[in-house]
Write a protein that binds this ligand. Structure first.
Ligand SMILES: *Cc1c(COP(=O)(O)O)cnc(C)c1O
Length: 420
């Protein structure tokens, strides 16, 4: 089979030619098969890792792949999988979630105005606030818990709305379909960062969003060993702009990272199911614990947007935030005493992690901004992994009890918290 035929029959190289139609199979089948046809040349069931940076041309301009930054077999396979899982037409991979954000924002012309949800990921906030100005983009950060707020901020030059749902770390939701209706009526594109739920639990493109982006570093790769970002869209014009910029800016992932991420994707459905089962159990345990002040999880009826979560999401995800009874010292002790939950930034891997947003992931925000968003000094964020739920709960229980028990003897003998 000639390379040109191989490209078409693989069906995986560009999703436009995908042998596996996105609507024909269920999620788990697509996760395993989209962009994963056996190698046409050797029959290898797993497409090989192709590290070559350049490709032999049969005659000038007659090639399947030209140069690895522009396109390469492993990235093309991964991009086909992403497009299928997000029910998009075009998928893209980048060297990080942040590179994805930067590339997507570069599709705007100088003089454009962006509206972003106010509790957007810190790195996205930093890019919009400190970098995008140099390409002539101005941003307004808006609370979009009520999407009607959007109308008050649209200007003549507003082009795009950037949202995340659920947000980090306070797990607020944005009603994507309602937002899209208002945004599209005003002629704006909508970008949704779907990192926290993965395509298994939420499909922004089906709700009308124009572009979906991810830090694939999190659930999509799922094993805390690749930094990567991905995007998908159904819109051909947007896709050709993004494809041009992917090559022109060149913030692309290595073939090895694409290979790893695609391997991760094959178990995305299995992992997400277990993340959500474990997170629900952890959230319910925390909610009845005498050592916990409050719990934030979209799967709890106590979440202020629980109804929206049920409507918009197919599951509630693996992220749980809670306020420990006490202060930052109590939280510190807790985070040093867990044995299964590792004190670390990031999320979405098979292993459980815990962190203190006020002094770690969100330390860059001004104290007033943190207060406004509810990122208090006793707020702990958990990335609940896929270990056995009973073991995770027992770990949390022992660390909570021991951390909170010391509250009374802290701070020069001043009683700070009473547990009853
Ligand atoms: C981690 C993260 C990003 C940034 O991704 P990197 O891969 O770290 O560059 C963007 N959005 C969200 C919601 C994230 O959690």
């Amino acid at each position: 089979m000639s390379p040109a035929n191989a490209k078409l029959s693989l069906g995986s190289v560009h999703n436009e030619h995908a042998a596996i139609a996105p609507t024909k199979y269920g999620f788990g089948t697509l996760a395993i098969h989209a962009g994963a046809e056996p190698d046409a040349a050797t029959g290898a069931v797993i497409p090989p890792l192709s590290l070559s940076t350049t490709f032999k041309q049969k005659a000038v301009g007659d090639f399947v792949y030209e140069y690895s930054r522009s396109d390469n077999p492993n990235r093309a396979n991964l991009e086909a999988a992403i497009a299928a899982l997000e029910n998009g037409k075009h998928g893209f991979a980048f060297s990080s979630g942040s590179a994805t954000t930067a590339t997507v924002l570069n599709t705007l012309s100088p003089g454009s105005h962006v509206i972003s949800v106010n509790d957007v990921y810190g790195g996205t906030h930093r890019y919009l606030n400190k970098v995008a100005g140099s390409i002539g983009i101005e941003t307004t950060f808006v609370d979009l818990a009520n999407v009607d707020n959007l109308r008050d901020y649209v200007r003549d030059n507003t082009r795009l709305v950037w949202v995340e749902t659920p947000t980090n770390p306070t797990l607020r939701l944005v009603d994507i379909a309602a937002l899209v209706e208002i945004a599209h009526a005003a002629g704006l594109f909508v970008v949704v960062d779907n990192t926290f739920l993965s395509p298994y639990f939420q499909s922004p493109l089906d709700l009308g969003a124009d572009i979906v982006v991810h830090s694939a570093t999190k659930y999509i790769n799922g094993h805390s060993d690749v930094v990567m970002g991905v995007a998908a869209t159904k819109n051909d014009a947007l896709a050709s702009k993004i494809r041009f910029l992917q090559n022109a800016i060149g913030a692309v992932p290595s073939p090895f990272d694409c290979y790893q991420a695609q391997r991760g994707i094959k178990t995305l459905h299995l992992r997400m199911r277990q993340h959500a089962i474990n997170a629900q159990r952890v959230a319910e345990f925390l909610e009845q614990s005498p050592f916990v002040e409050s719990v934030i999880y979209p799967g709890l009826p106590s979440h202020p947007q629980h109804e929206l979560a049920r409507r918009q999401m197919r599951g509630f995800g693996g992220m749980v935030s809670f306020r420990i009874k006490g202060n930052t010292h109590t939280a510190d002790r807790f985070l040093q005493r867990t044995r299964l939950f590792t004190l670390a930034e990031s999320l979405g891997g098979v292993e459980s992690l815990a962190e203190l947003p006020a002094r770690m992931t969100h330390a860059g925000l001004a104290p007033e901004e943190r207060n406004e968003l509810g990122i208090t000094e006793n707020l702990i964020r958990l990335s609940v992994g896929v270990e056995e739920a009973e073991d995770l709960i027992a770990d949390l229980e022992q660390a909570l009890e021991s951390a909170v028990a010391e509250n009374d003897t802290d701070f020069n003998g001043n009683a700070v918290v009473s547990v009853n």
